[in-house]
Design a protein. Structure first.
Length: 63
């Protein structure tokens, strides 16, 4: 778990560095992009979990 957190921290530093290099007038767009990305990732996770829960319908089926 520590390795993941270190990697996460490094990514966060990289993201902050990139944002700091952006001109102030584009920061609202950056926030919108981040929110959109976050929503997309979260909705993909939900779809994936629903697919796993639903399964193929064949497992445990009486023949």
């Amino acid at each position: 778990m520590e390795v993941i957190m270190k990697t996460r921290t490094e990514y966060e530093k990289m993201i902050i560095k990139e944002v700091r290099e952006m001109p102030g007038e584009v920061l609202p767009q950056v926030v919108k992009i981040i929110h959109s990305l976050k929503e997309g990732v979260l909705s993909a996770k939900v779809r994936h979990k629903k697919r796993e829960a639903k399964g193929s319908g064949l497992c445990g089926r009486d023949n």
